[in-house]
Ligand binder design. Structure first.
Ligand SMILES: [Mn+2]
Length: 450
């Protein structure tokens, strides 16, 4: 088998293209959606290739050097899509892997037409004739930007034709990114699989963590599970942060030894069919939480559970954040880490030295997924099919002398991925334990089994 194009996915990609083509027709716009270029890691070594999210969503095609052109319906002419891709090449394929090739692409991917990528800039002006706008994202790829501007200039200079030519560039966000907010069934299937794989990896980490292990061993175990179970890759750099390393929000060095008595924060998610999962758990390196660790953990857990309860149609990411924030601040006040009243602390922002990030982001093809967070200046109402993270945390810096020493260097975050449903919500990552009693039981079991 050369490529994995399950029929259900081909249909799903085609359905998404139809929806975008209808939107483009309403705007009189064509769209040009190139996929990502391969990126150099160093010298002549490249990063493993990962296609552009918008391109992948509309094609299911994962080869580099490709571009999708969507053409709106115009008069008698129906809307259609043209895929430009690398053609078959026996010599090149010997070095860099099999290609789908132009001859097979239309039938395999369900696009109307396929052409060699070398013809893209030559063919594009003729394809765009009759369209008054071009939907294209500038600022991502400078060489492409140059070609697009040259194409538009060429079309403007063409006075013989009476057909309209694009006078206006519009960004992809209002067309392509808004469509990504509400996930379709195939997308949810991919996200559920990413969540399942992520759960297995977190459970493996929970079983294998022990005092004396190195953060990098746990990272390797997690990513081993990801790949073993069919994930493309980690959806983002895995964070394995023992003790005070958890207070560095994007700690990815993962190189220190885990010590008994400290907590371990793991922020790791699998990418499956290019859909991301994003989960954080924090648990003791030994079998039990200390009194201070447990007190702070219970504050974060309550904030997270309250915030998840707030996820429902008509609610908003802003409302979810406010619920989490209030629970965190009330907890900090009750424990004496904040000495003013909760109201005063919320007002003054004094909590920011313990909680400096937002509670949620959209999740999908990108881990911080596309789609606007507000509409006309107001928080966007949640709707069924949207997926967001809920991830409150508390971080007491190791050198924070405003609090008693016993609290310092504790960092905790608890993060789940939540699907908005008609009835309220579904936690896609609910299989990963987070209750204090269950976590301690599993840790004791894991250490006893060694
Ligand atoms: Mn996240």
């Amino acid at each position: 088998m050369l490529h994995r194009y399950a029929p259900v996915r081909v249909a799903a990609h085609a359905a998404r293209r139809r929806r975008i083509l209808a939107e483009l027709t309403a705007r009189g716009a064509a769209a040009l959606i190139p996929t990502a270029r391969p990126k150099a890691r160093n010298a002549d070594t490249e990063h493993r290739y990962r296609p552009d999210s918008d391109f992948w969503r509309l094609t299911g095609f994962g080869e580099p050097h490709s571009a999708l052109v969507l053409l709106p319906a115009l008069g008698e002419r129906a809307a259609r899509c043209v895929l430009f891709l690398r053609d078959s090449d026996r010599d090149q394929e010997l070095w860099s892997g099999r290609r789908l090739g132009v001859a097979r692409a239309a039938a395999m991917l369900g696009v109307d037409e396929a052409r060699p990528i070398e013809l893209l800039w030559k063919d594009l002006p003729a394809l765009l004739e009759g369209c008054s706008k071009l939907c294209y994202r500038t600022g991502v790829d400078a060489p492409n930007d140059g070609e697009v501007l040259a194409t538009l200039a060429k079309l403007r200079a063409k006075t013989r034709s009476n057909l309209p030519v694009p006078q206006e560039l519009i960004d992809t966000a209002p067309v392509l990114h808004e469509a990504r907010l509400v996930k379709d069934d195939a997308e949810l299937a991919s996200m559920r699989r990413a969540a399942f794989i992520t759960a297995q990896a977190h459970l493996a980490a929970l079983r294998e963590t022990a005092p004396g292990a190195n953060e990098r061993e746990i990272e390797a175990r997690i990513e081993y599970e990801f790949r073993r179970l069919g994930a493309d890759a980690p959806a983002y750099n895995t964070i394995v942060a023992g003790g005070a390393n958890a207070c560095v929000l994007h700690y990815v060095d993962n190189e220190l030894e885990l010590r008994d008595g400290e907590l371990l924060l793991i922020d790791a998610g699998a990418e499956f069919e290019h859909y991301a999962c994003d989960v954080t758990r924090t648990f003791p390196v030994g079998a039990r939480f200390s009194a201070e660790q447990r007190a702070l953990y219970e504050v974060v857990l309550k904030a997270q559970l309250d915030a998840i309860e707030c996820v429902a149609p008509g609610s908003s990411i802003d409302a979810v954040h406010q619920v989490a924030l209030r629970a965190l601040v009330e907890g900090l006040c009750a424990l004496g880490l904040l000495r003013e009243s909760a109201e005063t602390a919320l007002e003054s922002g004094a909590y920011r030295r313990f909680y400096m990030h937002r509670t949620s982001h959209w999740l999908g093809l990108d881990v911080h997924d596309a789609g606007a967070y507000s509409l006309a200046g107001a928080p966007r109402p949640l709707a069924p099919g949207m997926v967001l993270t809920v991830e409150p945390g508390l971080y007491v810096a190791p050198d924070d002398d405003t609090v008693e020493e016993r609290w310092r260097g504790i960092g905790i975050r608890i993060e789940d991925d939540v699907l908005v449903t008609a009835a309220g919500r579904e936690v896609l990552t609910a299989a990963i334990p987070k209750g204090v009693a269950e976590v301690e039981r599993l840790r004791a079991q894991a250490l006893a089994a060694r």
